[in-house]
Ligand binder design. Sequence first.
Ligand SMILES: Cc1ncc(COP(=O)(O)O)c(C=O)c1O
Length: 442
Amino acid sequence: MRISQSWQPISLRYGDNGHLWLANTDLHALAQDKGTPLYVLDLATLMARCQAYQQCFNAYPGKVQLVYASKALSCVGVLQLMHKLGFAVDVVSGGELLTAFKAGLPGEKIVFHGNNKSRAELLDALMAGTGRIVIDSLDELTRLESLVHDTGLPAEVLLRVVPGIEAHTHEHIKTGQRDTKFGIPSEQVLEAVRRVLKQPRIRFCGLHAHVGSQIFDAEPLAQCAEVLLDLAAHIETQTGTWIDDLNIGGGLGIAYTDSDHPVALEQVAERLIISIQNKCSQLKKPLPRLMLEPGRSLVATAGLTLYSVGTLKEILGVRSIAAVDGGMADNPRPITYGAKYTVDCVNKATEDLTHKYRVVGKFCESGDILLKEAQLPKLDIGDVLVVYATGAYNYSMASNYNRVPRPAMVLVTADQVLDLVARETAEDLLRHDQHLPPDLLK
Ligand SMILES: Cc1ncc(COP(=O)(O)O)c(C=O)c1O
């Protein structure tokens, strides 16, 4: 196996005992101690990714607000870290909003997204003094207008628009094309702005767009910024109002395997900053505050998942199968998008990769395959496997399929292991079940 790959956390190293270690933590011992499956986050990687974003966008001559897209990984401890590192947080539901609060984020550092926010969620957002509510449709604007009228509370809004840009990524995570459930269709944008401008308690702060996720190229993001600025100029000619904020969403991709080649963050930042500067000087407009909402590219490579091998099966002339104690419920990305990952054996880190396995999960779907083909040392029952780059859209998309409790999550620092999320129990799963009355069952 190889170390220092871009999908691995930066603290990963070989220990003298032939195991994989994360800083001063033996991952095999960690698996024995905390049980598997186990989500593990490397603090050093998380901090390095956050600092890289900050450094790259320091070059923007206007104001910048970096916003962590908490849908990638939301729990109190992670949001506490993001807050400490100077990030605002984007939430898309009442649950994510509450998590941000519990993590100590002040309302003004929260951006509220979602394509169908309920009245209750919008009310929570208003009561919380949410920094920016991102309006996604005229219906949602109607709900907000009525709430602002009823409560007297003010709202600061961005309008999410559809930039009409096709990003080359999986169909399920494209959002910039015209035919999408997200954003206000282009022909309704001016009406939305005019309605907002009529409301004394709703402030029109600017425009938002997000072209998709796992994007490997700077071009769609730069194009998105230019399209938004052209639209802002059109809005200004019609209404006399220029934008304060230009929010171009998240989406920068990461490498999960050898075949992924995402553009470097430095290049994206440089390309974006130049496009915005050029466009603003061409339009003779001041630079807006730049907002970016990275999720995956901040947390994915900080995360890994540890699994124990429980069953080894030889299908003669076909393949060898290694079944682990997790799978599609803790990592739904392979079955949902055909996502690919890289795996190693934690306790045989220095052994030769002599065997080919299909690594499957324990859930009742044939498609519950974590890796279709992995080159590994000869495995034995009880070996611990590590799947890399599972920090984003794993825990946050996990389910209780087959009534399997969700794994615990820990944070590994230079010298400590801290609990981020406790392992669910079967009792947790039963907590909301209600027994039917006995007379119905007679
Ligand atoms: C509005 C918005 N912002 C930010 C993100 C984060 O995207 P990523 O995790 O790809 O950076 C998403 C992801 O779906 C999104 O919908």
